[in-house]
Design a binder for this molecule. Sequence first.
Ligand code: DAH
Length: 351
Amino acid sequence: MDINSLISQYIEEIKATQIEAFQDKAAEVERFRVRFLGRKGVMNELFEQFKQLPGDQKKNVGIALNQLKTAAQDKVEEFKRFVEQAPELNDTHDLSMPADFLTAGSRHVLSVTMNEIAEIFARIGFTIEDGPEIEDDYHVFTALNFASDHPARDMQDTFFIEKEPNVNKPTDVLLRTHTSGVQVRVMERQKPPIRVIMPGRVFRNEAISARAHCIFHQVEGLYIDKKVSFVDLKQTLLYFAKEMFGPDTQIRLRPSYFPFTEPSAEMDISCNICGGKGCNICKGTGWLEILGCGMVDPNVLEASGIDSKEYSGFAFGMGVERMAMLKYQIRDLRLYFENDLRFLHQFDNIV
Ligand code: DAH
């Protein structure tokens, strides 16, 4: 290629070079300068060729060479100004690179399970109520018909969270051992008909193992109106069991004892793993225990200012961890709280 075409080609190239395309702008500007104006750069190379030219060509080519040099110098100046004015653009980010995928979080399996229980009851008119985790003895025990020396208080190992000053005796401030206390708070502020579920976290002074934890979750239910009977309780819980564990699920109620219900029962569902035939999950019985329930003891209604001659009601309480264990075949309670992503990611798609 002759020197004139080379010069005009370089001039075109310089015109077309845009600093926006550079990744590491300051370094690229320097590279550009060295390429054209450096010791072994384009200008010097062309100048060597220029020296070989016959005298009559030197004038025109000399003018063109000067134009090229000016174009290169101007461009370098322009680029330098640009880099100085916009230092934040002088970085090493490649804007054309494909973006990293964001790993979106997902709900914890216990939240999903708690929401599912709440939704099932919402479909038959239950609303959600909340109560404090730091409670007092009255709402957790006394108003629920636990006498002060009642052995039922030992059913649940309580965390007391304050000591009376100077006396090494616990005050009645405690972490709630069950959500049943929220029943009392609801009855204190609402008049029947009452139809609520009360999800929440509860605390017990237990050694942590695969089958017990000092923190877990419950969903409590309460229904109070005129003429509420045990049949209403049974139908409500049968509906719940079928919605939660599938339409073929059966229930059975076994007599039990809780201070705040009379009569009291524990409810089993037919084993959702073996369908009731007997397997190692249901220990060969075909049944799985899932909740406690009963008719609200008249003493509990009266303690919260509800006339037990006019109104009756039922209550139930279930463990959320246990529900999720049965539904998703989780074998160890500790997994819920260890935040091991390998465990948590298994539930990414359960909504
Ligand atoms: N509060 C009980 C527990 O933690 C569960 C329970 C049983 C709640 C019977 C109720 C009920 O509302 O009626 O073991």
